[in-house]
Every structure is written in C-alpha cells, then in structure tokens.
Ligand binder design. Structure first.
Ligand code: PMP
Length: 400
C-alpha cells in the first residue's frame, strides 16, 4: 500500500538529538534538548509535584473519562494563573478555557479554531526565527503562515523597528503569534517599553494576538513578572488567545498538561466559543488525560503546594541564570575577547549563541558539543562540571 511514501525529514531539534545519541564520547555535551536538567544532569520531578502525587494516591481517584474540555477546576486554576486571579475577566465570564495536550495541543486547537472561524485569507504571522513547530502547527491546520522580524543578527538583539514595521504592514486583522516570555530560540524578550509599542501596532491594525505562554514562571522565577507583557495587552483592550504549557514550569513534559484560553467580548460569546472548542477537540481525541492535570490543579490551588512550587521554579530559573553567567565568565577565562553579553542578557531555557552552522558543526566533530545548527543552545545542558570544557570548546571555534 505504502510503497510511494517517502521518508520525511526530522525537525531541527530532533535531528540534533539523533546526532548526539550516535556519539560514543562519554563527555559529550547535550545543548539540543529543551528539557530542564539540574546540576547533576537529571530532569528532576519537582518536590511540589511529588507531594501532589502522594496526595492523589491517597485520594483513591477514579479513571473515568475526563470531560471534553478538561477538568473544570484545572481549567479555572490554569486560566487564573495566566490572567491573574483578580482579573475582572473572570467575573465577566469572558474567557473560554479548555484543557489541552500541553502547549503544542493548545496551539493546535487554537490554530484549528482560527482556521475555522476567521476568513480563509487571514494570514498567521510568526516571528523570524521561532520555535520549530509553530509553522507546521498553523500550516497543518490550513492557515497561511508569514513571518515578522524579531532578531537582529548583527546586534544579537531584538529588531524592534523591523518587527513594528512588519506588524504595521500586515493585512488588517491578521493573527500575530507572540511568545509570552523566554522567546524560543532567541531568548530575547521585549522590554515593557517595547511590549507597549508592539501592543499599539497590533491595536492600530486590529490584529488578533495569540500568545504562546510556554514558560510562565520558568523565565524569571516570578509568574506574574513573566506574564506582565501579555497582561499589558489585555489592559490595552486586546482580546487575546493564550496557549499555556505546564511542561517546563512544573516539569510535566511527558504528562501533556496545558490549556487554551480564548478571550471573548461577552458571556454569550464565551458559551459559543467554548462549544466550538469542544467540537474541535471531540473530533481530534475526544477528551484529554486526567493524571497530570489533577496534579497541576492541586499545586495551583492548594496553598502549601503552591508555596513549594514557587521555591521549585525559582531554583530552576536561578540555575539557568547562573549557568549563563558562568559560561560567559569561563569564556573570558579561556581567553575569548568576543562580546558574550547577549548570553546573560537573554532569558529562559535557550541562548541564541550567534554561532554559525560551520562553528556548530566543528563543535560537534571536534568537541562532541551538540547544539542546533542555528546556534541555539539549551542552557539546561550546562552544569558545573562541563561549563569550563564547553567555554574552551566555544572559544576554539570562535577565535580568529
Ligand atoms: N511553545 C514553545 C515556544 C516551546 O518552546 C514549546 C516547547 N519546546 C512549546 C510551545 C510546546 O511544548 P509542550 O507541547 O511540551 O508544552
């Protein structure tokens, strides 16, 4: 039946992992995967989640079907986490929230909704560059995908003028996908002043702004600070779509815990939007899984667990920040005269190193150091044992 089916390509992130796995060097350095690792190189289960697991085990929970739109209390906790518990949107019942298969699932259900209910010609704008799966998710849903500028290669910084220009040149009522915080792959987030300008440009053009909120809390250690950018948009009158993931900030990667929130103009609209989201979900996978969402719901709603989560997430954010500065320090010690300040200015799991493909490939072949070909490195793969080796290797491939 399938003789004519050709083998398809791996996406950039997965290709890096495959190359790494094939390398027998015991000292290889994995800067490809977007998974948090502690200083021992392990992906930890957060203590708050361990405690929630123990409580759930005692509760003798059933395994009945989850409702199509997810566990109602989880949906409430998740959207309060994103929008702030005191947001008037809750009193006005102006957010339709459904539980999704992590952030990817939220983006895909959101993409399906956009494709179904906006005029066919509506383009979706993603940043250049962006997370490798964004284009595929929206294209597969049937949307036309275009890009707006984000990264200024020469300055290793946000190209704010290019970005604003592209947003203003986009057709009226385009969909604009923005990263809420910890932009992947560049690690470059706008300042509040820049967020204000981006919000203004989108308002001027009546764009529909879709936030991918995959790292709330993980970026700075403070979930309200990480949400400040998109909450500003709400204060300015935008009706946002917000995709949430609990993969990184709760370490729930494989349990697929996420939510999609669509802000509406009225309670009536919320009911209609909610019913349509259910129709999309029903035809995809009927209903989401229970286990991870039960744990995240507990952590978000039980004060002692939430308090522990604040400690846990801060520890992750602080370790990432420490590894950034340690890498820059070690590059200096190794003798590099280049300016590496962008590594410490950037935020979140990833640093856009500025290395070109040739340098990346030399790091692989000569030092068994693996990062994506675009120079994106996962800071989570750096630890106190490999940072000096890594800095020396980077210095070797960047010295002139
Ligand atoms: N958006 C961005 C920007 C991401 O980096 C990721 C994970 N790498 C996701 C969404 C989705 O992750 P998940 O489906 O595991 O929640």
């Amino acid at each position: 039946f399938w003789k004519y089916v050709e083998e398809g390509p791996l996406d950039a992130n997965k290709a890096t992992t495959v190359a790494l796995k094939a390398d027998p060097n015991p000292n290889k350095v994995n800067l490809g995967e977007g998974i948090y690792k502690d200083d021992t190189g392990k992906c930890p289960v957060l203590p708050c989640i361990r405690e929630a697991e123990a409580r759930l085990a005692k509760a003798n929970a059933d395994h009945e079907y989850c409702p199509i739109s997810g566990i109602p209390s989880f949906c409430k906790s998740a959207s309060q986490f994103a929008f702030g518990a005191d947001s008037s949107l809750f009193k006005e019942n102006r957010i339709a929230t459904v539980q999704t298969l992590s952030g990817t699932g939220a983006l895909r259900i959101g993409a399906d909704f956009v494709a179904k209910f906006l005029p066919k010609a509506t383009p979706v704008f993603i940043s250049d560059p962006t997370w490798v799966n964004h284009r595929a998710l929206f294209q597969t849903a049937g949307c036309e995908v275009r890009t707006y500028k984000w990264y200024d290669k020469a300055k290793n910084a946000l190209d704010i003028d290019g970005c604003l220009k592209d947003l203003r040149n986009a057709p009226l009522r385009s969909v604009i996908l923005l990263h809420a915080c910890a932009h992947n792959p560049t690690g470059i987030d706008p300042t509040m002043e820049q967020w204000k300008k981006i919000s203004d440009a989108c308002l001027e053009r009546n764009h529909i702004v879709f936030f991918d909120n995959a790292y709330q809390g993980f970026a700075s250690g403070d979930p309200d600070k990480d949400a400040a950018g998109f909450r500003h948009f709400i204060n300015q009158g935008h009706q946002l779509i917000v995709a949430q993931s609990f993969a990184k900030n709760m370490g729930m990667y494989g349990e697929r815990v996420g939510a999609l929130n669509i802000m509406t103009g009225s309670e009536q609209e919320t009911t209609a939007v909610d019913s349509q989201l259910k129709i999309i979900i029903r035809a995809n996978y009927s209903s989401p899984p229970l286990f991870g969402a039960r744990l995240v719901d507990m952590v978000l709603s039980e004060p002692a667990l939430k308090k522990q989560w604040f400690v846990d997430v801060k520890e992750m954010a602080d370790r990432i920040a420490l590894m950034r500065s340690s890498l820059v320090q070690n590059l200096g010690k190794a003798g590099s005269k280049l300016d590496w300040s962008h590594i410490t200015n950037q935020i979140g799991m990833f640093a856009f190193s500025g290395l070109g493909e040739k340098q990346v490939m030399k790091l692989r072949s000569d030092f068994s150091v693996y990062m994506n070909k675009d120079g994106r490195m996962s800071i989570a793969g750096i630890n106190s044992r490999n940072v000096e080796y890594l800095a020396k290797a980077i210095h070797e491939v960047t010295r002139s």
